[in-house]
Ligand binder design. Structure first.
Ligand code: G4P
Length: 530
């Protein structure tokens, strides 16, 4: 019989953050492979061109069984329950990634060993840091030419402001790797190029200075390894879990996801070190995971996950208590009692019913249109709210209209559902019918996805005309008229779905001008109230 506390302690819920092409898909696949959750690696084909049309890309995502927006995969490994939060790789969908990170208890920062710290990694790292999520580093593609690990450590410190503590260390360089030395276990793990499938690599126990290794890896590499390990031992940071938790230190692993090399040692050590779900802050203090009553929050909503079901799923991260099928909870925002019907867990496109779930787990519940991203659900009479689901201001705007006036109803339904997922922001132009709406997005590719989804999920063809605006601002007054803008073609007034005025500006300069003109009015980049 496993106790509630043991259930919590054995849970590891994490996301992999990386710049596109660093190998996230490959690593995820290999983790699933070692976890026994899939049987065959390398089945994913056709990833070559990342710049293909969105429709192809979405098709590919579907074939991979991983949706464009994040979903979650879970499996059991060595007594642990692993929940991997999958996040979209493309930066235009990073808003979705940021929200998903609120459900992660730790993150794996995946870095391409040849490229080092890239742009998207920096952004995602900052989000993790802001949220206090401990970060583990995996340097990938060690099977080919990579920067020296010392250089990578320096780069991580300079670009991200975090020190690293290598758990293993490469033997050899410039694509000619013999393997890695595992500092923690004091063993050499040998690398065999060209291996695929699930494989445990041969290892030899012994400290780096063990004379036997001279023969195995050759004298030159042996001497170099010893020099480097000595340097690390003297000048490097000691492993310190407290520093990892506080975000000052990242344990660093090196390997090659494609050739499986270093993946299993990484997985073993990572799940041992990574934190189980911890306490979470709410507007009424901290909630501990072992608290008796259930609580959780919605971090993602997705419609039409499965076209055959045509339903809408709200993803909930469980923060405390125990979830049991049919549990009735308090929906804090509306004060209504809700029975969480058809609770499901997802594995790529597969779904299965959940009988029970614990803190750290993610469940999907059927959403008849009541949930918003960020909603708190809790058992009993309590009514606290979990904090900190970020909202991002839109940066790209377009007029979206249906080509066929008879499809108006489906058009509005589609727009409405997709906006409730948080993928788009919808504005109405006063005096213009709702066949044409002003849509704001954070990443420009969202427009293409919108067009694709409206066509494939709602049967509506649309025209998208980009608008020259870059900023949207809500205001602290109920009415804001066209006259208040004065003579300008650099700004326009629209309304949000609650009929509140929102002003769109071409650029910061235009915003500054209007702001100066109305110094008594506050301009907000996200809605100030709901
Ligand atoms: P992403 O999800 O982070 O965008 O990356 P993905 O896994 O799709 O990997 C990007 C490319 O890097 C793929 O090559 C993949 O095979 C390759 N890759 C991943 N891990 C390693 C590794 O450990 N070593 C080497 N050498 N390459 C690796 P591709 O050419 O885009 O696609 P494919 O034809 O290989 O599938």
């Amino acid at each position: 019989m496993i106790t509630h506390l043991q259930e919590i302690n054995r849970r590891r819920t994490f996301a992999i953050i990386s710049h596109p092409d660093a190998g996230k898909t490959t690593l995820t696949e290999k983790l699933l492979l070692y976890g026994g959750a899939i049987r065959l690696a390398g089945t994913v084909k056709g990833r070559k061109s990342k710049a293909y049309a969105v429709s192809d890309w979405m098709e590919i995502e579907k074939q991979r069984g991983i949706s464009v927006t994040s979903s979650v995969m879970n499996f059991d490994y060595n007594g642990y329950r692993i929940n991997i939060l999958d996040t979209p790789g493309h930066q235009d969908f990073s808003e979705d990634t940021y929200r998903t990170l609120t459900a992660a208890d730790s993150a794996v920062m995946l870095i391409d060993g040849a490229k080092g710290v890239e742009e998207q990694t920096k952004k995602l790292f900052q989000v993790c840091r802001m949220r206090g999520i401990p970060i583990f580093t995996f340097i990938n593609k060690l099977d080919r030419h990579c920067k020296s690990p010392f250089e990578l450590m320096e780069e991580i410190e300079e670009a991200l402001g975090i020190r690293s503590c290598p758990i293993n260390w490469p033997i050899g360089s410039d694509g000619n790797y013999k393997g890695v030395y595992n500092r923690k276990l004091a063993q050499i793990e040998l690398f065999h190029a060209g291996e695929d499938g699930q494989r445990i690599f041969p290892s030899e126990n012994g400290t780096a200075s063990d004379e036997r290794f001279k023969e195995i890896i050759g004298e030159d590499l042996y001497l170099k390894l010893n020099e480097e390990i000595e340097l690390l031992d003297i000048a490097g940071d000691e492993f310190d879990m407290e520093k990892v938790i506080s975000g000052e230190l990242t344990p660093m692993f090196l390997g090659s996801a494609m050739s499986n090399f270093g993946v299993q040692p990484f997985l073993d050590e990572f799940i041992r070190l990574a934190p189980h779900p911890g306490e979470k802050s709410t507007d009424q203090g901290m909630i501990k995971p072992d608290a008796e009553e259930f609580s959780g929050f919605v971090f993602k909503i997705q419609a039409n996950m499965n076209m055959a079901h045509r339903d809408r799923i709200a993803f909930i991260k469980i923060c405390s208590g125990k979830f049991e099928k049919g549990l009735t909870v308090n929906h804090v925002r509306t004060g209504k009692k809700i029975s969480l019907s058809q609770p499901q867990q997802f594995f790529a496109q597969e779904r299965s019913m959940v009988e029970e779930a614990y803190p750290g787990d993610i469940i999907g519940v059927f959403d008849p249109g009541i949930f918003n991203i960020g909603d708190t659900l809790c058992e009993g009479k309590k009514s606290f709210r979990f904090e900190g689901i970020p909202i991002f201001p839109a940066e790209h705007f377009a007029t979206v209209s249906t080509k066929n006036a008879l499809k108006r109803k489906q058009f509005l339904k589609g727009i409405n559902q997709i906006s409730e997922e948080g993928a788009i922001q919808v504005f109405k132009q006063p005096n213009i019918g709702v066949e044409a709406l002003t849509i704001g997005v954070v990443g420009i590719m969202q427009f293409e996805v919108l067009e694709y989804r409206l066509k494939h999920e709602y049967g509506v063809d649309v025209t998208i005309q980009t608008l020259p605006y870059q900023l949207a601002r809500w205001v602290s007054v109920e009415k804001f008229t066209r006259e208040m803008l004065g003579y300008t073609d650099q700004a326009e007034i629209v309304e949000d779905r609650y009929d509140r005025p929102v002003i769109l500006f071409h650029n910061q300069w235009a915003l500054n001008r209007i702001r100066e003109k109305h110094s008594g009015i506050t301009f907000y980049d996200i809605p100030p109230y709901v």
